[in-house]
Design a protein around this ligand. Structure first.
Ligand SMILES: Nc1ncnc2c1ncn2[C@@H]1O[C@H](COP(=O)(O)OP(=O)(O)OP(=O)(O)O)[C@@H](O)[C@H]1O
Length: 481
């Protein structure tokens, strides 16, 4: 436009003359119709038009980057670990181990690190790998439990013995106790002696001075429901004892009444040791499993919190009608783009899917679209005047027809009506279909615009838009339309 304004005027005689004289004062006009009076001004104007062209190109490039993720190739930063991998390569081959077949007896019995303290792991070596071979820590805990249980049982036996002997000597104790209490005449002695009036208390006090441990146990053993309480306290004691060392759930009893310690393995170790993701139920899948699953299927995601992919059609939450249609179409398993795109689209989130040709992209967007349309009330003659519920735009007729056919494979199962608005076909027939009411329109931009301009349809209630091959559409200059 700017060029038109500036250069469309035919040079008149005055201009010709001035050009010969190298006088540009009457040569041309700027964008606002003002005559350009100098060469510098003219140059400025030309530079401006070039700038605007550059700016437009840049803008298109930025739009492409934003919507299609076509980021410029970043300069790959090499990690120091990679950079120096070959310089500081300490890995060596077994055959390089010259000590192995040495005749020197010193090397016959190779020394392994002796783990005497800590948890029995060698620093700098993967603990999970070590744990597979080494049960030092488990054995250590087992020994401690056995030791503490044994000690505790012995104490119990001693307590029982002690209580029996005490009850036998209680009469003797009474006499001795009162005598001691009154004779010594200490406050504590008299108070206890008089208030409680039993020698058991005194004898306990004596014990307290000599052996505090025994007193604690003795105090327990004189509880009302002796046996029951001991058991309960045993348990508690055990819990406290074990809580200090390990989780109590890890202890159980075997048939010989011995305590067995089975460590509770955390999820990561369980994952490594146990099942592959393919053997797990959906609920059992951990984040790590999903990561492996995505890597196995070459699914790469970018963006907010992305729902887990589906592994089978049954996991997809699609309606039974659609599942039936999928079965009929003989789609045994979703393709990777379908695995990840379907759950995202079912959450009604915006999505850009990029996959190679023939990878099942069409079904990946058609199935969630049908699921969305199916949830809405079927269009009546009145409601159909507000247009379709969903719209698919494709850059070429062939592609639009292909999508139309793929959609119809499933649409018939959920009573959705579709129409293909493409050039080269009878426009009146398409207008007739539109007037009857359709839930989904699939079309090329040209014919779609035509139908909208001629008011064959409107898009008043269309909240679901799919643009197939969006990058191609932008290249073709459909962005503005
Ligand atoms: N899960 C599936 N299992 C088996 N076949 C499938 C599955 N999904 C799609 N297909 C079939 O694979 C073929 C290619 O699918 P589709 O045309 O959707 O690929 P596309 O990625 O959209 O290709 P294009 O880039 O050419 O548009 C179709 O014939 C379709 O019926």
């Amino acid at each position: 436009m700017l060029n038109d304004n500036t250069c469309s005027k035919k040079p008149n005689e005055k201009e010709e003359e001035s050009r010969e004289k190298n006088d540009y004062s009457y040569y041309d006009y700027d964008t606002y119709g003002k005559p350009i009076s100098s060469l510098a001004e003219l140059n400025m104007l030309q530079v401006n038009t070039i700038d605007i062209d550059n700016y437009k190109e840049k803008e298109i490039e930025m739009i492409k980057q934003q919507y299609l993720g076509l980021n410029k190739k970043k300069k790959k930063m090499q990690k120091p670990s990679e950079k120096f991998r070959n310089i500081f390569n300490f890995e060596w081959d077994q055959s390089e181990d010259t000590s192995r077949y040495d005749t020197n007896p010193l090397y016959q019995n190779r020394l392994e690190p002796q783990i005497l303290f800590g948890r029995g792991y060698i620093a700098g070596v993967d603990v999970r790998e070590q744990r597979k071979k080494n049960n030092f820590y488990d054995r250590l805990v087992q020994n401690r439990i056995n030791y503490s249980m044994k000690k505790h049982t012995e104490e119990e036996l001693q307590k029982k013995k002690g209580s029996l002997s005490q009850s036998k000597t209680s009469n003797v104790g009474t006499n001795v106790g009162t005598n001691v209490g009154t004779n010594v005449g200490t406050n504590a002695g008299t108070n206890v002696g008089t208030n409680v009036g039993t020698n058991i208390t005194i004898s306990q006090k004596k014990n307290l001075k000599t052996d505090p441990d025994t007193v604690n146990h003795n105090r327990d053993s004189y509880n009302a429901d002796t046996c029951k309480d001991i058991k309960h306290k045993d348990d508690n004691h055990n819990v406290i004892l074990n809580n200090n060392i390990i989780n109590n759930d890890a202890i159980s009893k075997n048939t010989n009444d011995e305590f067995i310690y089975k460590p509770i393995i955390n999820n990561i170790i369980k994952d490594v040791q146990n099942k592959h993701w393919s053997e797990k139920k959906r609920e059992e899948m951990t984040d790590r499993d999903w990561r492996i699953f995505r890597e196995d299927n070459e699914i790469y995601i970018k963006g907010g919190i992305v729902p887990a992919p589906i592994r089978t059609w049954e996991e997809s939450n699609l309606s039974p009608d659609l599942l039936k249609a999928i079965k009929k179409a003989k789609y045994d398993k979703p393709t990777p783009i379908q695995m990840q795109a379907i759950p995202i689209s079912l959450e009604m989130r915006d999505l850009i899917g990029i996959a190679e040709t023939g990878s099942g992209k069409t079904a990946a967007f058609v199935l969630p679209m049908l699921s969305y349309v199916k949830k809405l009330p079927p269009l009546t003659y009145e409601t159909s005047q507000d247009g379709p519920y969903a719209l698919v735009i494709a850059p070429s007729r062939e592609l639009a027809i292909q999508i139309y056919e793929e959609t119809n494979k499933f649409a018939s199962y959920c009573s959705c009506r579709t129409v293909a608005l493409v050039g080269g076909r009878n426009a009146e027939a398409q207008a007739f279909e539109l007037r009857k009411g359709v839930e989904i329109i699939i079309g090329t931009p040209g014919r779609l615009q035509d139908c909208l301009e001629k008011a064959y349809t409107v898009l008043n209630q269309c909240n679901y838009v799919i643009i197939d091959e969006a990058d191609r559409m932008m290249d073709m200059g459909f962005e503005e339309t």
